[in-house]
Design a protein. Structure first.
Ligand code: ATP
Ligand code: MG
Length: 701
């Protein structure tokens, strides 16, 4: 090391060092995956503190994409400096906005103890507003309105700022009015939703220059990770904080953003990759540092990933190199079906473990949430601990719990907890009043709820409509129970979900997370089919739920590609590289290349998570709702140069050229595939929402 150079600068390459040391003025670090962008940010924080550029860590504002990333950055900074660092403002946009808003709530028209609504509360509120306006909730579901409002908020549009035609999208032009009513209602309730957190602060800053000036004085240095995925509202917020123009003080603009246009994967949620491209215009005099050495992956992985992303048009383009050597080629394996895919990956994990590899260094990255199920089951069977990152485990997702509740009542009529969960899901006029009466009769006669439901005492108490509805439900349960005696249990499950109206409830639901939930339900039917009978399946679930995620053991990480952003693992498994799954069906249906290119960026993110080993799989067949469908290898496989790839076609089904395979057989089979089969919805929104909702039990936006 050079004499006098602080320890934390050692080991950085020259452009990285430049990015750490150039602390004054705007700076953009634009670089590919694994080049040390996040490391530069962390070191920069350490440098600002150690070199005395700030008097106190609270003068640094660092924005990360997830709470987990914030914790890690905080820990690393402490490690770098060799002592705990306290007082840093580090967190997600939402977390930081909550902090600012609590201090200045009154000025934003709230009390400092304001509540933050979760998605359920939000939906409930919107339903009330729809009812008040006499709008049919079936035709114009509250969830659609919720996602519209969300999108408006991502674009920083208040009700008054909505372009007129946008409101046409809902209830014949009432969208804007409902949005305004919703905001008014939130105000009365002293509440706000996730999107408001940013908007309130933006407006606070705009209306109260003195408050803004106060934060200008406080935050001498601003740092932002994953800048390519910021949306309009986040961008405006940053600009307000960083563009300290007016006033007596000279402009500082000490903002440092790092990002990679090739990893922009939230376009569908309103992120604007344009923000990164416009940086130099927004912050005149901005310096741009490019990093080209990749420290994460070996040569073959990097070569394959670079070739893959090169197939996208309209990118800035970058060269990446590594001195880590070629390492192992990226492996591509064709397997027969999804269970075989899970077996193959499970076996390989076991063999890695035998060779001394830790499970913490292994990840399975899937495109859509429903795909985790097969792997979770396999890992449990093999006794390999795992964690699902960014969302609940498959059997803990709300829609799966609901469906399971139906099955539990069929198998075990005295399962009161299960019955209570679904008695009014979907809505069938058996609200809390009816339930209370039901409980009364059950207690009085010491009966389980399903027996009390038929009791004459109860019939006397219920209104005719509730009585009919409850009797109907009980008859349904009897019928389903009988069907189970003669018919295939997977088929009965499908029937139960259909006839109870449960599937219909989600089909009606036009919110972005609904398709993902429907996929999960289909996957549940497939799972049940893998067991002898319903009892066997339910027993299995008890076992699955017992698996404790909070122990100290090393664990395999299972997650969606969206959740894997910024992370790295020695070994990465990438299953399901098939047309219609990855790229997903929606991107194939859409005219133009926009969605498809975002899928390819997602594939790039996936491959570049791997340090030493990347293993891609595709299955020749998938079972959807009991139906076998032939599938075709993903077009992304065509983008991987043979020099970096080792293809293993153990099944003898696939030739060397995937392109030939796609044209050669099974063409058209995806044409019949259900559109909702593979959907992007059930993926990452969870992570982002989870960041502010602190433990939401959902797996969707
Ligand atoms: P992504 O685009 O995926 O977010 P990134 O650009 O943020 O990647 P980092 O996560 O900061 O990259 O770094 C990738 C890996 O390379 C990390 O393990 C990091 O510690 C290591 N690394 C970064 N810079 C160096 C360096 N100069 N010397 C050794 N290792 C480095
Ligand atoms: Mg990073």
């Amino acid at each position: 090391a050079e004499r006098g150079q602080p320890l934390y600068l050692e080991g950085l390459n020259p452009p990285q060092r430049e990015a750490v040391l150039k602390v004054e003025g705007p700076l953009l670090v634009l670089a590919g995956a694994g080049t040390g962008k996040t490391r530069v940010l962390t070191t920069r924080i350490g440098h600002l503190i150690a070199s005395g550029h700030v008097r106190h860590p609270s003068q640094i504002l660092a924005v990360t994409f997830t709470n987990k990333a914030a914790r890690e950055m905080q820990e690393r900074t402490s490690r770098l400096l060799g002592h705990p660092v306290e007082g840093l403002w580090i967190g997600t946009f939402h977390a930081i906005c909550v902090r600012i808003l609590r201090r200045n709530a009154e000025l934003a028209g709230l009390n400092s103890n304001f509540t933050i609504l979760d998605t359920d509360d939000q939906i409930r509120l919107l339903k009330q507003l729809l009812a008040a306006e006499n709008i049919d909730d079936k035709r114009w579901p509250a969830r659609i309105l919720a996602s519209l409002i969300d999108r408006w908020k991502n674009r920083a549009l208040s009700p008054e700022q909505l372009p007129g035609d946008e409101t046409q999208a809902f209830a014949n032009g009432l969208g804007g009015k409902l949005y305004a009513a919703y905001q008014a209602r939130l105000q009365t309730l002293n509440a706000c939703d996730f999107g408001d957190l940013l908007l309130h602060v933006i407006r606070l800053f705009q209306k109260h220059p003195d408050i803004l000036a106060q934060y200008h004085r406080q935050f001498r240095y601003i740092l932002v990770d994953e800048y390519q995925d910021t949306n309009v509202a986040q961008y405006l917020w940053l600009r307000l904080l960083a563009q300290n123009t007016g006033g007596a003080q000279p402009a500082k603009h000490n903002i440092c953003c790092v990002g990679d246009d090739d990893q922009s994967i939230y376009g569908w949620r309103g992120a604007e990759v344009g923000n990164i491209l416009r940086f130099s215009q927004d912050f005149p005099g901005a310096e741009v540092v490019r990093l080209e050495q990749n420290y994460r992956s070996t040569g073959h992985i990097l070569g394959a990933a670079s070739a893959l992303i090169a197939a996208n048009e309209g990118r800035l383009g970058k060269t990446l190199w590594t001195d880590a050597g070629n390492g192992e080629p990226v492996r591509v394996s064709g397997v027969w079906d999804a269970p075989e895919e899970a077996r193959a990956i499970g076996d390989e994990i076991e063999s890695l473990q035998t060779k001394g590899h830790g499970l913490n260094d292994i990840a399975i990255l899937v495109r859509a949430g429903f795909q985790t199920r097969e792997f979770e089951e396999r890992l449990i069977t093999l006794g390999l601990p795992y964690r699902v990152v960014g969302g609940p485990r498959f059997y803990e997702r709300a829609e799966i719990r609901d469906a399971m509740a139906y099955l539990r009542v069929i198998a075990q009529p005295s399962d009161d907890l299960a019955f209570e969960r679904i008695i009014n899901v979907p809505k069938r006029g058996l609200g809390s009043a009816a339930l209370q009466k039901l409980h009364g009769v059950a207690r009085q006669h010491s009966l389980p709820l399903t027996r009390a439901a038929r009791h004459p005492d109860l019939m006397d108490q219920l209104r005719p409509q509730a009585r009919r509805s409850l009797t109907g439900l009980m008859d349904d349960f009897d019928r389903w129970r009988e069907a189970l005696a003669t018919e295939n249990h997977a088929h009965v499950t499908e029937m139960v979900l259909e006839e109870s109206g449960y599937t219909g409830m989600w089909q009606q639901d036009k919110s972005p997370d609904a398709p993902g939930r429907l996929d999960n339900l289909k996957e549940l039917v497939t799972a049940i089919g893998e067991f002898e009978n319903l009892a066997g399946f339910l027993e299995h679930i008890a076992l699955v739920m017992d698996n404790d995620e909070n122990d100290e053991r090393e664990k395999v990480s299972v997650m969606t590609l969206h959740s894997a952003k910024g992370l790295e693992f020695d070994t990465v498994f990438l299953p399901g590289w098939e047309e219609g799954i990855f790229p997903n069906q929606r991107s194939l249906d859409e005219a133009g290349l926009k969605a498809l290119e975002e899928e390819r960026r997602l594939a790039y993110v996936g491959l570049t998570r791997a340090r030493q080993r990347a293993h891609i799989f595709f299955a020749g067949n998938r079972q959807v709702f009991g139906q076998w469908q032939a599938s075709l290898p993903s077009r992304f496989l065509d983008d991987l140069p043979v020099t970096h790839v080792e293809t293993d076609t153990a099944q003898g089904l696939y030739g060397n050229s995937n392109r030939a395979a796609r044209g050669g057989w099974g063409s058209g089979s995806w044409g019949d595939a259900d559109d909702s089969f593979a959907d992007m919805a059930n993926t990452a929104p969870y992570e982002a929402k989870q960041d502010v909702s602190y433990g939401d039990d959902k797996y969707g936006p």
